[in-house]
Design a protein around this ligand. Structure first.
Ligand SMILES: Cc1ncc(COP(=O)(O)O)c(C=O)c1O
Length: 343
């Protein structure tokens, strides 16, 4: 029986090839800096991003949080989009771990502008918290996998530099932005002081993210990674999966994007579904359901009866994500089930 799980690209399972690579990985104790495969991954990501150094971390959340802590002091403020992953889905850890308070801005499709940011920079006055960092997210999960406009990144970076504020990128899905936009990792990363990249989303690895920045920054990040319990020992088996993903899965992201577009275009035509196709830029499709016809809960249940799985995404919104575990036939099947439900 076909099972089409479109809840998230974190659901990918390591392929046979990936498992074989993991099995053969050379390992050492990475807390001592002696795991050759982790070292290889870190060097490879540093070279790909054009950053001086990189550090393997166990998750995207850990990557973001290590970077926040390494850039800021307790009591400072982080500026970010109100729908960002850091603000919504990282368990309040900026306050818990770095002692940083978040100052969210209402972005458009996850895009906060330099005008919005400059308007809320705190004055040099003891009454106020100090602005400590600016964080962007690309692609933007809650906005539907949308790509941050490159020109806005350039403007924000110039502004951040002029104010000596670090600029961090939650690039959990930066790979998708690179593939969809044709803008290289180096081109994106040149504008950031730190970047966090995930291998456990569309790239298909079971575990693993990498943060990149200057050598001095990565030394500080290394300290916080240890403090957060992220120092792994023979983690080369995990890094091997990430290297395998770089070589084998990065080129497959384009097909994920094609499938998301195909699915989005087909369901956008159905009565009872509202979908702005311009937001389907990578592997995420977020659409709205006319709940006078079918509620989100009913839709999710009807889909599940047909072995199709999606998430309700707040209010009348539903999210579908394409990934390595979803092929063309799965998408055609999902479209046919939608056509029956919304006929
Ligand atoms: C944009 C973004 N950043 C960070 C993360 C956190 O990654 P992890 O689940 O590996 O902690 C996610 C997870 O989905 C994400 O979508």
């Amino acid at each position: 029986m076909r099972n089409v799980d479109l809840r998230s690209d974190t659901l990918t399972k390591p392929t046979a090839g990936m498992r074989a690579t993991m099995m053969d990985a050379a390992v050492g104790d990475d807390v001592f800096g002696e795991d050759p495969t982790i070292n290889e991954l870190q060097e490879r990501v540093a070279a790909l991003t054009g950053m001086e150094a990189a550090l393997f971390v166990t998750s995207g959340t850990q990557g973001n949080q290590v970077c926040l802590n390494a850039h800021t002091s307790p009591g400072q403020e982080a500026i970010l989009d109100i729908n960002s992953h850091i603000f919504n889905y990282e368990s309040g850890s900026p306050a818990m771990l770095a002692g940083v308070q978040l100052h969210p801005l209402h972005g458009q499709h996850g895009v906060i502008t330099v005008e919005q940011i400059s308007a809320i920079i705190r004055p040099d006055d003891d009454h106020y918290p100090q602005t400590g960092i600016i964080c962007l997210e690309n692609t933007h999960n809650r906005a539907g996998g949308t790509i941050y406009p490159f020109s806005e990144i350039e403007r924000i970076s110039a502004f951040a530099k002029s104010r000596q504020l670090p600029l961090h990128l939650d690039g959990a899905r930066l790979w998708n932005a690179v593939v969809a936009s044709g803008i290289s990792l180096k081109q994106y990363c040149q504008y950031f002081d730190s970047v966090s990249l995930c291998f456990s989303k569309g790239m298909g690895a079971p575990v693993g993210s990498v943060v990149a920045g200057t050598a001095a920054f990565i030394k500080r990040a290394h300290f916080y990674r240890k403090a957060y319990g992220g120092g792994v020992r023979q983690g080369g088996i995990l890094a091997a999966a990430c290297l395998h993903a770089l070589d084998n899965h990065l080129p497959l992201l384009e097909a994920d994007h094609d499938r998301a577009r195909h699915f989005g275009a087909a369901i956008a035509e159905l009565p009872g579904i509202t979908l702005d196709l311009s937001t389907v830029q990578t592997n995420i499709v977020i659409f709205e359901v006319d709940q006078t016809r079918v509620t989100v809960d009913e839709l999710i249940a009807k889909l599940a009866e047909n072995s199709i799985h999606m998430f309700g995404f707040g209010g009348s919104r539903v999210r579908a994500v394409t990934h390595l575990g979803v092929n063309d036939e799965d998408i055609d099947y999902a479209i046919s089930v939608f056509q029956k439900i919304f006929k």
